[in-house]
Design a protein around this ligand. Structure first.
Ligand SMILES: *Cc1c(COP(=O)(O)O)cnc(C)c1O
Length: 812
């Protein structure tokens, strides 16, 4: 009996209502009418899991016996967001559940809001992994995630007196209904100690002793495909002491010591490091990196051996280990350790298997983000891993010096170990058969600058796969009204996995005034929905007839929220000087978290909130200009924000943003990009055409030129621009309600403006003005919006996954 047939027993609305009522009443021991939303949420979550579980089990059974290649994403972050609605849509219940609940007198959105949004990532990098898992499952394709089950996710952000305050995110407090603990699959991870060698049967053997063992316990979260029968797994590892108490210490009366070792073990999965694009060389972080690498590989190897008569032969034909940024780069030496120390492969054969199994995605070219671990730290914490890295490096340099004897400087430059540090990106490149960047420009910068010495040696390893996002989450679910409008207009082919490029058919309607009106109506509803949220959470009234101009993403100097803020100050100055001049009403919306230790970024948050306060309280600006900072940007608030946008701010210093994915989410919801020629903005421009995007500012080449050859003096720019002078003075002269922003002023004026904010200010003002003027012509604005939606299909993560599949993992 095929379990799939059994579950084909279609859910109907009547059955759903019956089952749901029964479940709520069982759980809450109340009549449905008297039950709380919390119990209704739990009942719905349980029903969903009961329906996914048998399909999931069948998938795991099939994966054990079939011989398809399996992909494992190793990533220190998976920013999955809320899952309940996605599971419901994937099961094909998207009409049944909301209607059924409504007939029972309940509100679907209220129930969904009970789910604590799991914030197991900082931003783009972690969100990309979640989108990739979603797409792989939608495309019926066995790809799984492997990461850490942080007890505390990314901090929650509150704004108090205009400043960011961090609050711990205790997301597991009330339990999590979508995970299954698998204690029987626990493994031991070993830290510290020493390595002794011994000849055993004529073979040099490495014995790791006196180590501290930590237990890794897996929790699996199902990853379901869209309207299909695929359910893959996201495996998140929890750290536990090997025995609950160190019994020896306990018996000897060292109670506190025993408890301490428990909490030391648990600390490994205690908290997500809250910094994106910044490297902190903390010992605990290094422990985390080895933790999920070691635990994940152990289970994969064990499973493979079970399927292949106890042998790892042929591993690289059947398993792809994908290294998401450098945090899991220790997959390379750890897999070598397994092959050489445990499975008795010779070094050369083991190395060949390792390189063939590993592929690596780089996510940034910012120098402060490159991971470099001190040699002694790694040697002490992971003595055998460090020995293997040394040997990989020794052999690599030997080969390079043999092949390129005249390239001594270059050969040193590309070493894994140099200047007392282990360079994780070098380890990942040398140990993988594929290295890719995440947008065309980014991949070019990797080839020509960041990794040019590696590109000279291994040109065939370098690829580009432009990022993508899940349209199922960020458009079809977050903007259902738009989805329905498009389906009514061109049919639903584009909603099928891998088919989003069928949206191109919408181009035929770009100038159709009926369609334009309907689209405008959808956008207006989404703006009203966001305005309501802003009113409820911030008690600020925004005018839904104004342009919604939105910049939401992590706060970072290179992303230049500061440029946006300075421009708003300038607009406000103009409005004050000339209150009766024509003005196109505008609402500027920001959201994003700053790393808690990133003082400059926190000053930018403060500046935005100070400006917002001043402008929103000035009667002069009423219905014309408002500024909002929405606290605690996360996947859930993102789903409300992207659909309401008309202008998508993507204004990073050219050459600094690897790809961006927010830009894609805005675009598929009909916002027009206003941005620099950076990251995937360039590809967006290529696909929508220059009439349907606003670009400004220095190019990546110009920025690189200034950086290499000098010639930029921010003071000169300031001297030539009185409007800018006025704004800059306001930062320090007390006009902002007495607050001053000397750090910001000094960075731009005294330290010559590393991110070219002042340099790009004038062209940014021009393009802002132009977009406001264009907005007044509704017909041409709607046309731009439609052209953006129609050409967004290529930015689906379904397309990214298909490219990885074809070019990197090589799966049929
Ligand atoms: C998409 C997304 C990001 C990445 O946004 P960028 O604009 O590409 O930096 C960050 N955080 C959340 C919650 C997102 O959904």
């Amino acid at each position: 009996m095929n379990i799939f047939q059994e579950t084909e027993n279609k859910m109907t609305k009547e059955k759903f209502k019956r089952d749901f009522k029964k479940k709520v009443e069982e759980l809450s021991s109340e009549k449905l009418e008297n039950s709380t939303t919390k119990f209704q949420y739990e009942a719905l979550a349980q029903m969903v899991m009961e329906n996914i579980n048998p399909i999931w089990a069948e998938n795991r059974r099939l994966n054990r016996i079939n011989t398809d290649k399996q992909i494992y994403f190793f990533s220190i972050e998976f920013l999955i967001g809320r899952l309940l609605r996605l599971y419901i849509n994937n099961l094909g219940w998207e009409d049944i559940v909301p209607d059924g609940l409504e007939e029972l007198g309940l509100d679907y959105d209220n129930i969904l809001a009970c789910e604590h949004d799991p914030a197991l990532g900082n931003g783009g990098l972690g969100r990309l992994m979640a989108c990739f898992l979603d797409s792989a499952a939608a495309l019926d394709f066995p790809a799984h995630g492997n990461g850490i089950r942080y007890k505390y996710g990314l901090f929650q952000q509150k704004i108090v007196n205009h400043e960011q305050v961090e609050v711990a995110d205790n997301w597991l407090k009330h339990g999590y209904p979508f995970e299954i603990r698998q204690p029987e699959k626990s493994v031991v991870v070993k830290y510290g100690g020493n390595v002794r060698t011994e000849m055993v049967n004529g073979k040099l053997t490495f014995i790791h002793e006196n180590y501290e063992p930590v237990l890794a316990v897996p929790y699996d979260v199902p990853v379901s495909g869209y309207h299909n029968k695929t359910v893959n797994s996201l495996r998140l590892w929890d750290a536990q002491p090997v025995d609950d108490f160190d019994l020896n210490a306990f018996n000897e009366g060292h109670f506190l010591k025993a408890v301490q070792s428990k909490s030391q073990a648990e600390s490994i999965s205690q908290v997500l490091y809250p910094s994106d694009h910044g490297f902190e060389g903390q010992l605990l972080r290094l422990k985390q990196e080895y933790f999920f690498v070691c635990a994940g590989l152990k289970r994969i190897v064990r499973r493979y051996k079970k399927q292949h008569q106890g042998s790892l032969d042929g591993f690289s034909d059947k398993i792809c280990i994908h290294i998401n940024d450098t945090h899991p780069a220790m997959c390379v030496p750890e897999f070598m350790r397994i092959l050489v120390d445990e499975e008795n492969y010779g070094w050369d054969e083991a190395w060949d298997m390792t390189v063939k199994s590993m592929s690596f995605t780089n996510h940034t070219v910012l120098p402060e983000a490159l991971e470099k671990w001190p040699v002694d730290m790694m040697q002490n914490l992971l003595p055998r891993i460090y020995m293997i890295i040394e040997e990989i490096n020794r052999r690599f340099l030997e080969e390079m010096n043999g092949k390129y004897p005249n390239e001594e400087a270059r050969n040193y430059n590309i070493s894994i170990i140099k200047d007392g540090q282990v360079h994780m990106a070098h380890l990942a490149i040398i140990g993988s058969h594929s290295v890719n960047g995440v947008a065309e420009l980014h991949s070019k910068i990797l080839r020509e600058e960041t990794f040019k010495d590696f590109y000279a040696i291994y040109p065939e390893r370098f690829h580009n796969v432009t990022n993508g996002v899940s349209q199922r989450r960020f458009m079809m679910a977050a903007n259902q009204e738009l989805k329905n409008l498009i389906c009514d207009t061109i049919g639903d082919k584009w909603t099928q996995p891998g088919q989003m490029e069928a949206l191109k058919d919408l181009e035929k309607y770009a100038s159709d005034s009926d369609f334009q009106k309907q689209l405008q109506g959808v956008k207006y509803h989404n703006k009203e929905r966001l305005a309501k949220y802003i009113k409820e959470h911030l008690n600020v009234t925004v005018n839904p007839h104004s342009i919604f101009d939105i910049q939401v993403k992590r706060i970072h100097e290179y992303k230049r929220q500061l440029l946006n803020a300075l421009h708003i100050m300038h607009v406000y100055n103009q409005l004050c000087a000339n209150p009766n001049a024509d003005f196109v009403p505008k609402t500027y919306i920001f959201a994003g978290k700053a790393a808690p230790s990133y003082y400059f970024a926190k000053q930018v948050i403060k500046l935005i909130n100070v400006i917002a306060d001043k402008i929103n309280h000035d009667p002069l600006t009423k219905d014309k200009l408002s500024v909002v900072f929405i606290p605690n940007f996360n996947v859930s608030s993102a789903e409300l924000i992207y659909p309401a946008a008309e202008i998508s701010e993507q204004i990073s210093t050219a050459g600094k943003e690897a790809s961006g994915t927010g830009n894609m989410k805005f675009m598929m919801n009909g916002a027009v990009t206003l941005g620099t020629m950076d990251g995937a903005n360039i590809e967006i421009a290529e696909h929508v055409g220059m009439d349907n995007i606003y670009t400004f500012g220095l190019s990546a080449e110009e920025v690189a030129n200034y950086n290499h050859n000098g010639g930029y003096h921010s003071v000169d720019v300031l001297q030539q621009n009185p409007d800018l002078q006025k704004v800059m003075n306001q930062l320090i002269d007390g006009s902002l309600g007495g607050d001053t922003f000397h750090t910001i002023y000094d960075a731009l004026v005294l330290n010559n403006d590393t991110y070219f904010v002042l340099k790009d200010f004038a062209s940014y003002c021009d393009i802002q003005d132009q977009s406001s003027r264009d907005y007044l012509n509704h017909h041409s604005w709607q046309k731009k919006s439609i052209m953006n939606i129609a050409n967004s299909g290529i930015f689906s993560s379904d397309r990214s996954i298909a490219e990885y599949q074809k070019d990197i993992w090589k799966i049929k």
